[in-house]
Design a protein around this ligand. Structure first.
Ligand SMILES: [Zn+2]
Length: 262
């Protein structure tokens, strides 16, 4: 708001002459190419997360030149269906910038028609090759659902819809004998991946055709690390969707995607 200097700070003559052409978007693109396929996209996300975790972010694609370069069209390489938690900002934790990520966020990454429609838009119109469900430890939505389920109460207003959407994950965790809240979160992530593929024939078809993959990632608030806990790609998506068990590794994921997850 209050930047040093006058608000109308005009580009001085010397600044104009020293300006290296209209920025150098190509250099930025060379350093951070737009990934072409699911594995490459995932690898790029993981690389960005490593930079974030180690405190060496490069903040790519956030400069004025890139802003201008992407104004005419977007080609995001990943859809992030994440929890709305304020500590889970996708472009920050994956160290990316404008035009890179197509982000849909709801409390507890609960998925309704608008969310599915947004994902379908990204994978069919924008041709985005990777969909990531991003959950995290200490998720308030999961905790609220747990409380509601335990007490037989339901929050007032539309918050009840969020809680209701998480309850199937609680049931699944109970059936698997899981009581640890963070493992329940991982199961909820896997459950969300599964629900999206079950409810969106469009997404399932894109995955089956090998044009995109769906990966579940679990984020740790303190460490900043996003860990892959489940993955679905062409191999698993035949005739619907089978999801690797969300509590732990990515067993059953297509080898190529698994390799990228390793
Ligand atoms: Zn959350």
């Amino acid at each position: 708001m209050s930047r040093p200097g006058s608000p109308g700070a005009q580009p001085g003559p010397e600044r104009k002459s020293s300006e290296p052409a209209p920025e150098d978007p190509t250099a930025v693109r060379d350093a951070f190419p737009t990934p072409g396929g699911p594995e490459q996209a995932l690898a790029e996300l993981q690389a960005g997360n490593r930079r974030f975790v180690t405190g060496t972010p490069r903040h790519p694609n956030q400069d004025a030149g890139h802003r201008a370069a992407v104004a005419d069209g977007q080609h995001p390489f990943a859809v992030i269906v994440g929890c709305s938690d304020s500590r889970l900002a996708a472009e920050i934790i994956f160290d990316r910038g404008l035009g890179d990520l197509f982000v849909v966020r709801t409390a507890g990454h609960t998925v309704g028609p608008e969310v599915l429609g947004s994902v379908e838009y990204a994978v069919t119109v924008l041709r985005t090759p990777l969909v990531v469900v991003l959950g995290h430890d200490s998720c308030g939505a999961v905790q609220a659902a747990r409380t509601a389920d335990a007490t037989g109460t339901s929050p007032a207003g539309h918050l009840g819809a969020v809680v209701d959407a998480v309850v199937p994950s609680l049931r699944r965790a109970a059936a698997e004998g899981v009581d640890d809240i963070d493992r329940i979160v991982d199961i909820h992530i896997a459950q969300t991946v599964e629900a999206m593929l079950d409810r969106s024939a469009v997404l399932a078809a894109e995955v089956a055709a090998g044009r995109c993959a769906v990966v579940g990632m679990s984020y740790r608030l303190a460490a900043g690390e996003a860990r892959a806990v489940t993955a679905v790609s062409a191999g698993e998506a035949r005739g619907g969707a089978e999801v690797a068990n969300g509590s732990g590794a990515v067993d059953g994921a297509q080898p190529a995607v698994s390799a990228a997850l390793a």
